[in-house]
Design a protein around this ligand. Structure first.
Ligand code: ZN
Length: 671
């Protein structure tokens, strides 16, 4: 499963500023070019220079293995994609006419969008792009540039005819989902035939340990009416790309971090060579149990969002390594879990006698490829096989350097200037925002969710539909209550007892107003995290109203939040934490309902309208994606790698063209 982020989310959540330890990042360009509804970003591979040569070499070959899979996804996304990309890139490189001309401008945007989506359909909405250049211009330009294109009529029809291949993945009911989806997972078969084919496989297979039927093949019907699978293996479909992946996995193998990790690689290679789905499960088990190494990677057919039937898996890869700084932080909190439990403001009857903190795993991405590039996830939870998860567990990670890049890029987008009350708050957020946001997340995940206990005989599901909102509020309040605490200063996690104010301000502003930018006009809050943030902010605001703890200030027709008494606000958060814990521990459904419905659901339409208008004027791109760093191996005369250099200066178009030139060996038509 991918933990994705609607691109709008983080920028709307008010990112903070540079904390002392992150000063160096100021020189790094997180934002790159912007086009259509897209913003390109860069991520920094924090800590790469500090890795050993062995680890760097391991990463080097794994990122090569990652990049060789790119074209597989292009073909999976649509059978004409590789052909279209070739023609578009030829034009892009050979065109010497007026680049300010309207048709050329439209063409360039079309190519950049196609690169971004790994095909001619929108990466998120999956609808086919409408070209902003004419077919006539396209045909004339191809002729002028002397570009060979045998099937030009076919490609023109695919690109310019709005009535065919309209959606990559169609999920609308009532029609044949395979026939109406442009993705390249089925050939000549109807939805009914495909469903029958896999129902039969399922019925005949092991029901206790079912493999993921159909995940690594195209299902085709030949001229005689026979239906069969063309497997994606080193000797089947996509053979040439998979052979290069295997070749680089073999080069990586000697540099793996332990014997178990070598076994993981062996099993992955075996699966790529045989296409055997039982072999894939064996690989997944070895992978999920291999938790020690610093460097880890995903490389394979993983997610099934691109198939309307949810069987066929798109190819993707991420190479990553543990963020030691962040992991140290969560370990410190975990080791002190009992202290936090004992000192929390909740009733002693609801506290755990023995509490165990969780160490959250934060990783840094080193390369993104396939279905994780350029649009990506900020967290990953794998494997996807239900029985493997049940019997062997799963790995759940958050990708620290990508979240960081979203945050950094959100700076300077005008959001803070528009919504934050005064320079004083902006300075606080600028100085401590990132640090406190990270710490808030750690407190929430490592301690908050694990704290407290149910009274004996209380059913864990008593709060029903309100359960997850209450649970998220409990974890958030635990974090908010402790952020100002001297204990965090003494543990070295916060620099002083002022820093927390940045987080208090962001959280209250977000809960009271700015998270509304993610809600459609006329709609209420539905998602548990959003309800929880609204609940905390509105309840606390009202609680402190008489003492003017927080105030709403109107300035030039705009609404602002002002916090007058941060200490008092902490006390209020403590009171709400105590009440929420009581509700959870005793299973008080009525009280949960009253809190959530009273403070966490409804939206003030006038404020909502105002916030949306102010946000729209900032013109922030709704979707974001990443440009990868470039790795270069320095070799001695015998070909041994003596160092791996990392560089961040490559541009978006240059990167795409280089990948198409250096990592492309599949035929333009894969049958
Ligand atoms: Zn949570």
């Amino acid at each position: 499963m991918k933990i994705t982020i609607k691109a709008m989310m983080i920028s709307a959540l008010v990112a903070g500023g540079c904390a002392g330890e992150k000063q160096a990042q100021q020189d790094f360009n997180y934002s790159d070019e912007r086009f259509a509804d897209l913003q390109m970003l860069r991520y920094k591979v924090e800590g790469f220079e500090g890795l050993t040569l062995k680890q760097k070499t391991f990463i080097y070959y794994l990122q090569e293995a990652a990049l060789w899979g790119r074209d597989i996804l292009w073909d999976q996304n649509g059978k004409y994609n590789l052909r279209i990309r070739k023609v578009l890139e030829d034009i892009y490189q050979q065109y010497d006419g007026d680049k300010q001309e309207k048709n050329y401008q439209g063409f360039e945007t079309y190519l950049k969008r196609t690169w971004f989506s790994n095909g001619i359909h929108h990466h998120y909405g999956s609808e086919k792009f409408v070209p902003e250049f004419t077919e006539q211009w396209f045909r004339e330009t191809i002729e002028k540039c002397n570009i060979e294109c045998e099937d030009l009529d076919v490609l023109c029809n695919v690109i310019f005819n709005p009535d065919i291949l309209q959606k990559r993945v169609n999920l609308a009911e009532g029609v044949d989902l395979i026939k109406t989806s442009a993705s390249n997972y089925y050939e000549n078969v109807t939805q009914e035939e495909a469903e029958a084919f896999y129902a039969k496989q399922k019925a005949e297979g092991d029901s206790l340990h079912p493999v993921m039927y159909g995940m690594n093949s195209r299902l085709v019907k030949d001229g005689s009416g026979k239906i069969y699978e063309k497997r994606w293996t080193t000797s089947g479909l996509y053979a040439k790309a998979l052979q290069k992946i295997v070749e680089n996995l073999k080069l990586a193998r000697p540099f793996a971090e332990d014997a178990k990790q070598q076994e993981v690689i062996d099993k992955l290679i075996n699966y790529y060579e045989t296409g055997d789905l039982k072999a894939f499960d064996q690989y997944s088990i070895a992978w999920v149990e291999n938790t020690e190494p610093l460097v880890d990677f995903v490389n394979g057919f993983i997610e099934c969002y691109g198939d309307p039937l949810g069987l066929k898996c798109s190819w993707e890869s991420i190479v990553n390594f543990k963020d030691m700084e962040a992991t140290k932080r969560t370990e410190t909190l975990s080791q002190n879990a009992q202290w936090f439990e004992d000192h929390s403001p909740v009733d002693a009857a609801f506290k755990k006698d023995k509490v165990k903190g969780i160490t959250a795993k934060v990783i840094n991405a080193a390369i993104l490829s396939g279905d994780l590039y350029p649009s990506t996830a900020i967290g990953i939870n794998l494997p996807n096989s239900d029985w493997v998860r049940k019997d062997h567990g799963s790995k759940s990670v958050t990708i620290g350097n990508l979240t960081d890049a979203y945050n950094q890029a959100a700076k300077g987008n005008g959001f803070m200037d528009e919504f934050v009350y005064s320079q004083e708050e902006k300075d606080l957020i600028e100085k401590y925002g990132d640090l406190c946001d990270d710490l808030h997340t750690d407190l929430h995940e490592c301690l908050g969710h694990g704290s407290g206990k149910l009274l004996e005989g209380v059913d864990g599901d008593s709060l029903k539909a309100y359960g997850s909102t209450i649970e998220e509020a409990r974890a958030d309040l635990f974090a908010l209550y402790y952020l100002p605490d001297e204990k965090l200063v003494s543990l070295g996690l916060t620099p002083n007892t002022e820093a927390y104010k940045s987080s208090y301000y962001s959280q209250m502003m977000n809960g009271l107003m700015t998270q509304l930018v993610r809600i459609q006009p006329g709609k209420n809050l539905e998602e548990a995290h959003m309800r929880n943030r609204a609940l905390i902010a509105h309840w606390s605001f009202e609680r402190g109203k008489a003492d003017k703890v927080c105030e709403i200030i109107k300035r030039d027709g705009k609404t602002f939040l002002k916090i007058n008494d941060y200490q008092k606000l902490r006390t209020i958060f403590g009171e709400l934490l105590a009440e929420i814990q009581r509700i959870k521990s005793t299973g008080d459904f009525k009280a949960a309902q009253a809190l959530v419905e009273g403070y966490g659901v409804k939206v003030d339409p006038a404020l909502h309208k105002e916030v949306l208008e102010r946000y729209q004027r900032l013109n922030i791109a709704p979707y974001k994606g990443f440009i990868n760093p470039v790795y270069t191996a320095v070799k001695d005369k015998d070909g041994n790698i003596t160092d791996v250099k990392i560089d961040y200066t490559e541009g978006y178009a240059d990167q795409m063209l280089r990948y198409s030139r250096d990592y492309s060996n599949l035929p333009l038509v894969n049958e």
